[in-house]
Design a protein around this ligand. Structure first.
Ligand SMILES: Cc1cc2nc3c(=O)[nH]c(=O)nc-3n(C[C@H](O)[C@H](O)[C@H](O)COP(=O)(O)OP(=O)(O)OC[C@H]3O[C@@H](n4cnc5c(N)ncnc54)[C@H](O)[C@@H]3O)c2cc1C
Ligand code: FES
Length: 285
């Protein structure tokens, strides 16, 4: 009789860094493109999921997957370094060719199948747009584009130096079939684009809520003020999809570190509808 051994969800796989992109002027946000070492198998995931990244001897943290699930040859993670953050500082000290460990993917993804045939509005603020970038790349892929309706993106940062994915933003701005609205809270002498907070720009752009889903990620204060125009535009709480961040340890619903009310963000989330967020606990945002 043969015994089937379940894969160990805690087992990290080894990966090598292929490319590091510095995303912003402050140099505290970098995108790491990594490739799993040969005998470490594939890494199938869906938009909105995260992985646990670790540097040996330092620690481990959850990081959203920023590449598209259709990019089969590599994974990308965009990481902000916190001066006192052990893992993010260690990651930022790594160079091309160095190795790190990755386990996952974990968590509930965005409802990509439910969104088929619908218009998609994407609202992002700050550097919390990583999994939204994964989603935009997935939606824009030739193999997927006809399965979704109009795509509207509203993305804001505090100032031009804090905008990330600049090359891609430029490409997306020039693309047909994608309405891009980039804004900064305050421009500088070189900034010729839009100025204004994300909720105000959303109000001005006023994407239709008819047959549409909206995905929204950003700092809690942005989320709080973005919900008001979204509701005014007629987006129902079950059509507003967001992602929560909590401190995590196991990433698989076992340790209880990441609970909000009765739910574990690592397993039941990180993606939740606004309706679910409201039911979980009052005042999350
Ligand atoms: C599902 C999920 C997805 C995530 N995706 C990303 C991602 O794509 N990129 C990314 O950079 N991070 C992401 N995070 C956040 C990241 O996991 C945390 O910032 C993590 O704590 C960093 O680990 P660390 O060891 O460097 O810092 P820690 O040692 O855990 O923290 C050190 C100190 O840094 C500060 N700090 C840490 N995190 C935050 C924060 N979020 N806001 C403000 N101050 C903070 C605090 O002062 C903290 O005491 C995600 C978190 C979750 C739950
Ligand atoms: S991180 Fe352990 S239960 Fe969520």
């Amino acid at each position: 009789m043969s015994t089937i051994i379940a894969p160990n969800p805690y087992l990290p796989r080894i990966a090598t860094i292929k490319e590091i992109t510095v995303e912003n002027e402050a140099r505290d946000i970098k995108t790491f493109q990594i490739v799993l070492d040969e005998d470490h198998g594939g890494f199938d995931f869906s938009c909105g999921q995260f992985a646990m990244l670790s540097v040996q001897g330092v620690g481990e943290s959850p990081i959203g997957i920023a590449s598209s699930p259709l990019d089969r040859d590599f994974l990308e993670f965009t990481v902000k370094r916190y001066p006192t953050g052990l893992l993010t500082s260690a990651l930022h000290d790594l160079e091309d060719g160095d190795s790190l460990r990755v386990r996952g993917p974990y968590g509930r993804p965005y409802p990509m199948e439910e969104m088929e045939g619908k218009n998609v509005v994407i609202v992002g603020g700050g550097f919390a747009v990583t999994t939204l970038r994964s989603t935009i790349k997935y939606l824009l892929d030739k193999s997927n584009r006809s399965r979704y309706g109009d795509i509207t993106v509203i993305y804001g940062a505090r100032n031009p130096g804090e905008l990330i994915y600049k090359q891609e933003l430029k490409r997306w701005e020039e693309m047909d079939g994608l309405a891009m609205h980039i804004t900064v809270d305050r421009g500088d002498e070189n900034w010729k684009g839009r100025e204004g907070f994300v909720p105000a720009v959303l109000k001005e752009v006023a994407p239709s809520s008819e047959n549409a889903f909206v995905l929204v990620c950003g700092p809690p204060i942005m989320l709080k003020f973005t919900m008001v125009p979204l509701r005014e535009l007629g987006f129902g709480p079950d059509r507003i999809i967001t992602s929560l961040e909590r401190r995590m340890s196991c990433g698989v619903g076992k340790c209880g570190r990441c609970n909000v009310g009765q739910k574990y963000v690592c397993k039941d989330g990180p993606v939740f509808t606004y309706q679910e967020v409201q039911e979980l606990a009052e005042g999350i945002f």
